[in-house]
Design a protein around this ligand. Structure first.
Ligand SMILES: *[C@@H]1O[C@H](CO)[C@@H](O)[C@H](O)[C@H]1NC(C)=O
Ligand SMILES: *[C@@H]1O[C@H](CO)[C@@H](O)[C@H](O)[C@H]1NC(C)=O
Ligand SMILES: *[C@@H]1O[C@H](CO)[C@@H](O)[C@H](O)[C@H]1NC(C)=O
Ligand SMILES: *[C@@H]1O[C@H](CO)[C@@H](O)[C@H](O)[C@H]1NC(C)=O
Ligand SMILES: *[C@@H]1O[C@H](CO)[C@@H](O)[C@H](O)[C@H]1NC(C)=O
Ligand SMILES: *[C@@H]1O[C@H](CO)[C@@H](O)[C@H](O)[C@H]1NC(C)=O
Ligand SMILES: [Cu+2]
Length: 254
């Protein structure tokens, strides 16, 4: 067996069995290390550098009302936080991602104090960005979920912007991929990290932007409990991402 073939099949085994998630983050060129389900917990738990909530499996969550939809499982708080200015980008670094269909959403929630004490299911979550179907049909078109991938096996990068006028403070940030490639069996891939947002903003999102997680997703939503291969969807060229609208600051319309 050649080395190339070995590497190819090893990579294939890894990626086919692997689902994935966000492991690390970058802000303005600085690398922040989150949780890695591939590394032993004793290397990570309680470490002073850890900014990501704990997730120990790359497998998806299948139930929209499962508490693990909030910040994955077990979701233990992190000791540290990523410092970031309102208006800056944060880039989520995903393990090589292979699924191609379904929305991707970035949420934030004010921890009203240290995020290390905050229960994510109590958060008033608001969307700061969402990405869906970019072109073509629901079944065969290009979703951001496909577009953001690196097809050479390297990590996939997802940058989004913290609203520039957001009130400073401690926030959870939650990156969510909902994978819809299996009919009527949506998969949730959520990961959370702790942020300390600085800036001079005073804006907070109004009620109409807020949601509970779990709570926001349900199998009664046709865009979630979806069979993308059905006659009803196969030729659709629009897909509306459910949940509240994206909030980009009070003076900015999304
Ligand atoms: C919730 O999700 C976690 C992670 O996928 C899983 O281990 C657990 O069994 C689920 N709980 C229920 C009640 O389905
Ligand atoms: C995240 O960083 C850790 C530690 O440097 C590394 O082991 C892991 O492969 C990284 N994951 C990704 C997706 O970049
Ligand atoms: C967070 O809140 C949920 C719902 O109230 C509760 O079931 C869960 O046990 C809480 N988690 C912790 C770590 O307190
Ligand atoms: C910042 O994020 C936005 C939104 O995804 C993106 O359009 C832009 O290219 C990003 N900028 C950088 C420098 O990554
Ligand atoms: C906040 O305002 C101060 C004083 O005007 C300024 O120096 C600082 O750069 C501002 N910070 C941000 C993040 O905009
Ligand atoms: C979808 O579009 C294709 C190509 O135009 C067409 O052959 C097919 O009948 C359409 N299917 C449905 C369910 O509308
Ligand atoms: Cu998967």
């Amino acid at each position: 067996m050649s080395l190339a073939w070995f590497l190819f099949t090893a990579a294939l085994a890894y990626t086919v069995s692997a689902h994935g998630g966000v492991s690390n983050y970058t802000v303005d060129g600085t690398w922040y290390r989150g949780y890695s389900p591939y590394d032993p917990p004793e290397w990570q738990d309680g470490q002073s550098w850890l900014i990501g909530r704990k997730w120990t499996s790359i497998n998806p969550v299948f139930q929209p009302d499962n508490i693990s939809v909030a910040c994955n499982a077990p979701g233990n708080p992190a000791p540290a936080s990523i410092p970031i200015n309102a208006g800056d980008n944060i880039t989520a670094v995903y393990y090589y991602w292979l699924h191609t269909v379904g929305p991707m959403i970035v949420w934030m929630a004010d921890c009203h104090g240290p995020c290390s004490d905050f229960n994510a299911t109590e958060g008033d979550w608001f969307k700061i960005a969402q990405e869906g179907l970019i072109s073509g049909t629901v079944t065969e078109g290009t979703w951001y979920q496909r577009q953001f991938q690196e097809w050479d096996g390297s990590a996939s990068l997802w940058p989004e912007t913290i609203p520039a006028t957001l009130k400073p403070g401690n926030y959870l940030i939650r990156h969510e991929i909902i994978a819809l490639h299996i009919a009527n069996k949506p998969q949730w891939y959520p990961e959370c990290a702790h942020l300390v947002v600085s800036g001079n903003g005073t804006d907070v999102p109004g009620e109409e932007y807020l949601a509970k997680i779990p709570g926001v997703w349900s199998l009664n939503q046709p865009e979630i409990n979806i069979d993308i291969y059905s006659d009803a969807w196969i030729n659709q060229t629009t897909y509306n991402i459910p949940g509240p609208p994206v909030w980009r600051g009070n003076s900015v319309t999304s």
